[in-house]
Every structure is written in structure tokens, then in C-alpha cells.
Design a protein around this ligand. Structure first.
Ligand code: FUB
Length: 308
């Protein structure tokens, strides 16, 4: 019954709701959160999990966008991007991240490639964080055949995160099983050098970079079912020192997929679990938000996952 509710009631354009505990979005399934702070707003991007119960596979045909001024009252906007925008792709709206550069918004996404085996990364661009977004280059920026030197699996080129360092150099970081990074040109749509490996302890997927007080943090999913662990470095180039578990397994979801942001002076850990009754789980996931706190030495305190 609940699944029917979830599938038939969809927030259309500009639907506003107030968070009432975790999961924050209760009327549809949302996964793989990525957040962008821009101006005085936070934008939350997520995949729309649509697998009908009791099937267990990823069915994710669109990405969604929500915005908020205060992390409490949120507005869902019109669907800003689907894999159909990438003519070279076959579908599957897996994890993604949006970043702003020079007034343009670049959205790095995971999709299934149409002709090259496996997953690949595309980039879309818009003049506004709400879109509409269009394919920024007409081809994938990362394909499976570019990383066969490191692994032969077809799903290692997923989960892009993007970082612009203090000197203006942008980096794309991604991976499953092996974490990779590469420089981006100023246009944000082309690589500017070789793909390099990042050696991390028990890396599964879902890298996310953030920086605070001169420390770079690379958080990522470890093991399976996933926990979120993290490493710290004084440079985006490493060396990365493993610092332990940041978040435990997210209830009944095998994946956890975090984003970390500072917004209006507070730090937030955004992730997904499978807590919506009764069909929620690894393939019908839901975005959650909890507070993130630091120790005096810069390490992060373990997340207390809440449901209220
Ligand atoms: O949503 C599909 C995949 O599940 C993502 O790309 C991974 O990070 C995991 O959350």
C-alpha cells in the first residue's frame, strides 16, 4: 500500500514540505544525496529510487533537486535532469554531484554507457542550480575503457565528486573498488592530465571531498554493507591517512552514500537509509540528514543517526 502511495504521489513543481525527522523526504524514495551550498541556500540533489517492491534492483530514471534556506523547510523543484539528456548513455541515474564555477553549474553524473561496457561519468551544465541542465560535452568524460589499467570491473567508474582547490585547480574524484582522481581544465568538461589512483583503506565507493581548517577530508563507503570511513590529508594529492569510521551501516540499506557540507555555520552529514515502511530498503532508499561534529584535533566524531 505504501509503495503505491510512494509511486503515485509525486511532488510536482515547487512542492514545499517541512522536515519531520529522518528520512527527510517521506513521499518518494531518494538516494545518493549530493548537496551544494550557493548563496544563502542549500541545494540537495538525489537519485529517484523507483524499483517496485518486492523486486531488488536499481531502478533510477531521474535525478531530483530540492532547496532550502534553513535545512528545515524544503522545496522540491521540477525534475532538472534525466539520463536521456546524454544521447550516448543508456540510462541509470546513479550517484552525482553539482558544483558552481564562474556562475555556471556543472553536474557530474553516473550513467550506463550506450556503447562502451559499463558505467561512465557525464557532465551537464546549467546557468542556475535548478537547471534545466544540458549535456556539457556530448560524450562521457570518463568511460570504463579509460581505467582498465586499474580494474576490469564495469562499475568502477561511478560516484563522481568534484573539488575546486584554493588555487583554482579543479579535480574529479570517483570510483568503485578503486578510487581515482584527475585534474579538470578550467572549462570543467575536459580532463587536464592522467587518471591517477588514490590508495585508500577498504574503499568501496562514494568518495566525497571537503575541507576545514587546512585539512582535506576524503570520506567514502567502506565494506559491504557499507559504513562510511574517512581519511585526512594536508593536500588534495595526499598522502591520505585513514582516521576510522564516520558512520555505521545505515539500517536496512546496503549503501549509505554521504555528502558533507557546512551551511550557515553548522556541519551536516547527508546520507541515505532504507527506513520508509514497509518497502524501504537497499533499492528503495531515503535521504537523511544528521549533524556532524569535529574533535579539537580536526578528526570527525562518529555520526549519531537519528530518526526524529
Ligand atoms: O544508487 C546506485 C549506487 O548505489 C550509487 O552509485 C552508489 O554510491 C550506491 O549508493
Amino acid at each position: 500500500l505504501y509503495l503505491t502511495f510512494c509511486n503515485t504521489y509525486a511532488a510536482e513543481k515547487d512542492t514545499t514540505f517541512v522536515i519531520d525527522g529522518n528520512p527527510i523526504i517521506k513521499y518518494k524514495y531518494t538516494a545518493d544525496p549530493a548537496a551544494l551550498v550557493y548563496g544563502d541556500k542549500v541545494y540537495l540533489y538525489a537519485g529517484h529510487d523507483e524499483c517496485p517492491a518486492p523486486e531488488n534492483r536499481y531502478v533510477i530514471n531521474e535525478w531530483l533537486v530540492f532547496s532550502s534556506d534553513d535545512m528545515t523547510t524544503w522545496t522540491e523543484h521540477a525534475v532538472p535532469l534525466t539520463p536521456a539528456a546524454f544521447k550516448w548513455a543508456k540510462g541509470e541515474a546513479w550517484a552525482s554531484q553539482v558544483i558552481e564555477r564562474n556562475g555556471k553549474f556543472y553536474w557530474y553524473v553516473t550513467v550506463e554507457h550506450g556503447t562502451i561496457r559499463g558505467k561512465s561519468i557525464g557532465v551537464a551544465v546549467a546557468d542556475n542550480p535548478l537547471g534545466p541542465f544540458v549535456d556539457a560535452r556530448g560524450s562521457a568524460i570518463i568511460t570504463n575503457d579509460m581505467t582498465t589499467e586499474y580494474t576490469s570491473i564495469g562499475w568502477d567508474d561511478i560516484d563522481p565528486t568534484v573539488w575546486i582547490d584554493d588555487d583554482g585547480q579543479a579535480y574529479l574524484i570517483w570510483g568503485n573498488t578503486q578510487c581515482y582522481y584527475a585534474k579538470l581544465k578550467d572549462n570543467m568538461t575536459e580532463l587536464d592530465g592522467p587518471i591517477m589512483p588514490i590508495m585508500l583503506d577498504n574503499f568501496t565507493e562514494a568518495p566525497w571531498i571537503h575541507k576545514r581548517d587546512g585539512w582535506y577530508y576524503l570520506s567514502y563507503a567502506q565494506f559491504f554493507p557499507e559504513k562510511i570511513g574517512y581519511s585526512m590529508s594536508r593536500s588534495i594529492h595526499g598522502p591520505w591517512e585513514y582516521k576510522g569510521i564516520l558512520n555505521e551501516i545505515a539500517g536496512n540499506s546496503n549503501t549509505n552514500h554521504q555528502a558533507i557540507i557546512e551551511f550557515k555555520g553548522e556541519w551536516y552529514f547527508i546520507y541515505h537509509n532504507g527506513a520508509i515502511p514497509t518497502a524501504g530498503g537497499s533499492f528503495r532508499r531515503s535521504v537523511c540528514i544528521d549533524r556532524l561534529y569535529y574533535n579539537p584535533d580536526g578528526t570527525m566524531k562518529r555520526i549519531q543517526m537519528t530518526s526524529e
